[in-house]
Design a protein around this ligand. Structure first.
Ligand code: ZN
Length: 355
């Protein structure tokens, strides 16, 4: 067994407590990687890992130790070996110190490499999709298709974006509970703390893909949302990611790309023959996404409301700082239309005159 394998067996809760972090009886603590008052970082002793439901930060004992102490991984490994595997003869290069959890928040949240958790989550989402797709069509699935048609989407668009619907909620929920652990289902965001599938009122599912894998799911109601529900449901505690991400990998240099708020707006523009991605929400943009747009000419096409207008200015500024071309920086639908899709619908789906 090599040093890394031995280190992986060092109890992550012990490492956390030795770091001075306050872990409660439910193996939860306030996350040191984002600001919060109630604990949303959970330790999983069975896999010796952690996951934060607030910011999505995840990793093992080495990740925790290196990030909290702001150390390079190599040095973190040396220090951990020095502390927990005294016979390994490893000597750290820097003095090993305790840290105080009340120190200023750690701002470095850069590591986005897919890890075991991301992989497990994709497997869960895909199992959910496959199960839903193989359930026999019924009134609900027909209603979902009618709804999409009403929004102006062709069958091809619905197929290309691989939208699906939950035809039988209890069966879909049961299928997942049978196949995956409660902890993994909850960490994936697909199940809530009460262990219920979150899309109870949201049978139309919009998958977000990355490199062909599903990395995020969003649900939508088919009619007006019932009292107390929003028309969209996002995964519990999972950061939203780019919709239509893979499009950016295959663009010719200088192609104009529209950046919209909603997935349906991006779908509308793609159906009309444009390149478009969506942010999922106007106030979420990760700097690391900006480099994906480096080969394109970006045009923000955000909602016709104050949030949309403000977001367009802020996003324009971020892109400007990063040296990415944003000519005609932003557009909104004409007055009286809330978003791109609403404008499209009002025009009866006529191609061309979208702008
Ligand atoms: Zn966090």
């Amino acid at each position: 067994m090599d040093l890394l394998e031995r280190l992986q067996e060092v109890d992550i809760l012990t490492v956390a407590r030795d770091l001075g972090l306050e872990v409660n009886a439910y193996h939860k603590m306030c996350c040191p990687f984002h600001e919060e008052d109630t604990p949303s970082l959970v330790f999983y002793p069975a896999t010796n890992s952690f996951y934060c439901f607030g910011c999505g930060k995840t990793g093992n004992n080495v990740t925790l130790y290196s990030e909290v102490n702001k150390l390079a991984v190599g040095e973190a490994i040396r220090q951990l070996a020095f502390r927990y595997l005294p016979d390994a003869g490893s000597k750290p290069r820097r003095p090993v110190r305790r840290i105080n959890p009340d120190l200023p928040q750690i701002k470095r949240l850069g590591d986005t490499k897919p890890d075991r958790h991301e992989e497990v989550h994709s497997v869960i989402y895909e199992s959910f999709r496959d199960y839903c797709l193989q359930q026999p069509s019924n009134e609900l699935s027909q209603q979902a298709l009618d709804y999409l048609k009403e929004r102006g989407f062709s069958e091809k668009t619905v197929r290309d974006f691989r939208l699906f619907s939950i035809k039988n909620y209890p069966e879909a929920s049961w299928h997942l509970k049978n196949r995956f652990s409660t902890l993994d289902l909850q960490a994936s965001g697909l199940f809530n703390e009460k262990n219920n599938l979150i899309f109870f009122k949201h049978p139309l599912i919009i998958p977000y893909h990355r490199d062909g894998r599903i990395v995020y799911l969003q649900g939508r109601v088919l009619e007006q949302p019932p009292e107390g529900f929003h028309k969209y449901m996002f995964l519990a505690g999972k950061p939203v990611t780019l919709f239509n991400h893979d499009l950016l990998k295959h663009l010719k240099l200088g192609t104009r790309v529209y950046v919209t708020e909603g997935a349906f707006d991006a779908m509308t523009l793609v159906q009309a023959g444009h390149a478009a991605v969506s942010l999922g929400s106007a106030n979420v943009f990760k700097r690391e996404w900006a480099k994906l747009f480096q080969r394109c000419e970006v045009c923000f096409y955000l909602d016709n409301d104050t949030t949309g207008h403000r977001a367009a200015e802020e996003l324009g500024e971020i892109f400007h700082q990063l040296g990415i071309t944003t000519t005609h920086q932003w557009k909104t639908p004409p007055p009286g239309y809330k978003d791109v899709n609403a404008y499209w619908q009002a025009r009866g789906g006529v191609q061309g005159e979208l702008f």
